[in-house]
Design a protein around this ligand. Structure first.
Ligand code: SF4
Length: 77
């Protein structure tokens, strides 16, 4: 399992994460910021625990995010 987190407030709306991993992120039509899909915590600090299948894409998003607000950690189920 991995844990993905997004500090939404600092998102600059570049759209990179939603392009790389549309299964994980989409852009909000309301404020133009990224939304972590299926996150258990909504709001500024969004968090999602999901399986390893999404690890590679999540790490790519973490790398390309210009403001470094996407974090990816290993976690136990
Ligand atoms: S890559 Fe970072 S700054 Fe760009 S939309 Fe995604 S979370 Fe926001």
């Amino acid at each position: 399992m991995i844990s993905i987190s997004l500090q939404q407030k600092k998102c600059i709306g570049c759209n990179y994460c939603a392009e790389i991993a549309p299964e994980l992120f989409r852009m909000s039509k309301k404020d133009g910021k990224s939304v972590l899909l299926h996150a258990t915590h909504k709001g500024d600090y969004q968090n999602l625990k999901t399986n390893d299948f999404f690890r590679e894409d999540a790490l790519k998003c973490k790398e390309v995010c210009p403001v470094k607000i996407i974090k990816v950690h290993d976690c136990k189920s």
